[in-house]
Design a protein around this ligand. Structure first.
Ligand SMILES: N[C@@H](CCC(=O)N[C@@H](CS)C(=O)NCC(=O)O)C(=O)O
Length: 205
């Protein structure tokens, strides 16, 4: 089983955390998203030209949430993706929410405050940062309220949902995410940061 990833990609990181937590062995190839050669190779396995991509038994699978679900289904006795229609619907809800709402709102800060100067050599745009602040506030509040009386996002234990939603917070400091006031969310993120799967996927800058 092979994963094409980049250690600075939060989308790839949620997959790496899943594989590590499940004890699944992945061969990994790091894709340099700034290299034209690597991007050409990536385009051959994912028409979206994005990481992560999983290759398994002749199947190419892209989209981090789909890969996480697939990996969980490969692991016997796993609890990250609990059995049962309702339990899975709950986890799926947060997987989609992470990709559709939470990650993109964090991504505005990550692009403006971390990557833009490397890629374009330009400064953050205050208009974009204001747009990011409004979006992130909306979604961080949803997360914070949900976590007010629970340790993990779904049920009583850690699930794929926690990895999916936490992954973009890897840029909490570098991107200057304005989230310190969301205490329940911060306490939950602290719990995620204690997990070996998180600690073993910290990128080296
Ligand atoms: N919805 C996709 C998003 C994948 C994605 O945006 N990956 C980024 C890295 S975090 C990427 O490869 N970007 C390269 C590019 O857009 O040029 C997923 O969840 O896998």
């Amino acid at each position: 089983m092979h994963l094409y990833h980049n250690p600075f990609s939060s989308n790839a990181r949620r997959v790496m955390m899943t594989a590590l937590h499940l004890g699944l062995k992945l061969d990994v190839t790091e894709i340099n998203l700034g290299s034209p050669d690597d991007r050409r190779r990536l385009a051959e396995i994912n028409p979206n030209v994005k990481v992560p991509v999983l290759e398994h038994d002749g199947m190419l699978l892209w989209e981090s949430g789909a890969i996480m679900q697939y990996l969980a289904e490969l692991a016997p006795q796993q609890t990250l993706y609990p059995e049962g229609r309702r339990a899975r619907a709950d986890v799926n809800r947060w997987l989609f929410w992470a990709c559709q709402h939470f990650s993109p709102s964090v991504g505005i800060f990550t692009w403006e405050n971390v990557w833009k100067k490397f890629v374009e050599g330009t400064e953050p745009d205050p208009v974009e940062l204001a747009r990011g602040a409004a979006e992130l506030a909306q979604y961080a509040q949803v997360l914070d309220q949900h976590l007010a009386k629970r340790q993990w996002l779904c049920g009583d234990g850690l699930t794929l949902a926690d990895f999916a939603v936490a992954a973009p917070l890897m840029y909490i400091e570098r991107a200057g995410l304005p989230v310190a006031q969301y205490q329940h969310m911060m306490a939950w993120f602290g719990r995620v940061q204690q997990l070996p799967a998180w600690q073993h996927t910290n990128p080296v800058w």
